[in-house]
Design a protein around this ligand. Structure first.
Ligand code: PAF
Length: 282
């Protein structure tokens, strides 16, 4: 397996399957690489994993400063999962001459739902900017993204269609801990107490499945999160692709949660989501 920092060395790996990451890789990322390996689109094409902590998608400088950087361990995760290349560029390779221009028109799903877009202003402009730039450098035929960042997945899908980027966007289901907590690079910031309370997030998504209307599902999720002492940013059921509100009597949608857990002296922000569907009356 190759570790490449200079984009000029990527030529032999064009046309592969791309797994963009910000490093601090865990079993959820390993699953992205394994899914990339098994894609029909792969047809012997190489798997390229990028490790780049993109400063333009952080709206909080403290969050950027403390984001874990673990390149040596990341390379090992990629090797074991079966990648051919780890692309770990420096900032000047991704943004030459300090260029940080955001994309022209963000898709509606990046600005209208009032979910991550409202709670992390500027985040999706940075994500679109870096993904488009990485696509330019890596020139993949397909790219895989985890469903855990559901709104990000819809934003990238919409941007690729809108700008006709010619890259197939492949979603990969969330990998969970034994108690349901979605794997995330931020989980390492959870104290044992916060870690056990954070399990309420996947619990709430699960419980929402028993509700028969959108408002009832939303109320039930909020109740469970508050009972676990979490600070709720949103707990909603939305249209799965546009992420806009649904009528109260909708029978299918995507349940999405963002909540903060107190951990020691600080707060850790976690997000998760799941399909929501009213089950037929028995
Ligand atoms: O999901 C992530 O890790 C990042 O947002 C991504 C897609 C690698 C862009 O920096």
């Amino acid at each position: 397996m190759q570790v490449i920092t200079d984009p000029a060395a990527l030529g032999p790996y064009f046309g592969g399957v791309f797994v963009p990451t910000m490093g601090a890789l865990h079993a959820g990322h390993a699953r992205l690489v394994e899914c990339a390996r098994d894609l029909p689109a792969r047809r012997e094409a190489p798997i390229v994993v990028s490790v780049f902590v993109n400063p333009t998608q952080f709206n909080d400088p403290a969050d950027l400063a403390r984001y874990p950087r673990t390149l040596e361990a990341d390379v090992e995760v990629c090797r074991r999962a079966g990648a051919e290349v780890v692309f770990a560029p420096g900032i000047s390779a991704v943004y030459p001459q300090g260029s940080t221009s955001p994309p022209r028109d963000l898709p509606a799903v990046a600005t209208e739902p009032q979910l991550e877009d409202a709670h992390r202003p500027g985040h999706f402009a940075g994500v679109c900017q870096v993904v488009r730039r990485l696509f330019e450098l890596v020139r993949p035929r397909a790219a895989v993204f985890g469903e855990k960042d559901w709104q990000q997945l819809q934003v990238i899908r919409a941007m690729s269609e809108q700008e006709d980027l010619g890259v197939e966007i492949v979603p990969v289901p969330t990998v969970r801990e034994h108690d349901g907590l979605a794997m995330s690079s931020r989980n390492i910031f959870l104290s044992p107490d916060a870690r056990s309370r954070a399990a309420a997030i996947s619990g709430a998504l699960c419980e929402a499945g028993a509700a028969r209307t959108v408002p009832a599902a939303q109320a039930r999720m909020r109740e469970i999160l508050l009972a676990a002492g979490l600070v709720v940013e949103y707990a909603v059921v939305r249209e799965p692709r546009t992420l806009m509100p649904l009528p109260a009597d909708a029978t299918h949608g995507r349940a999405l949660i963002a909540a903060q857990v107190r951990s020691g002296a600080g707060m850790v922000r976690l997000i998760d989501n799941a399909e929501w569907r009213v089950s037929p009356e028995s």
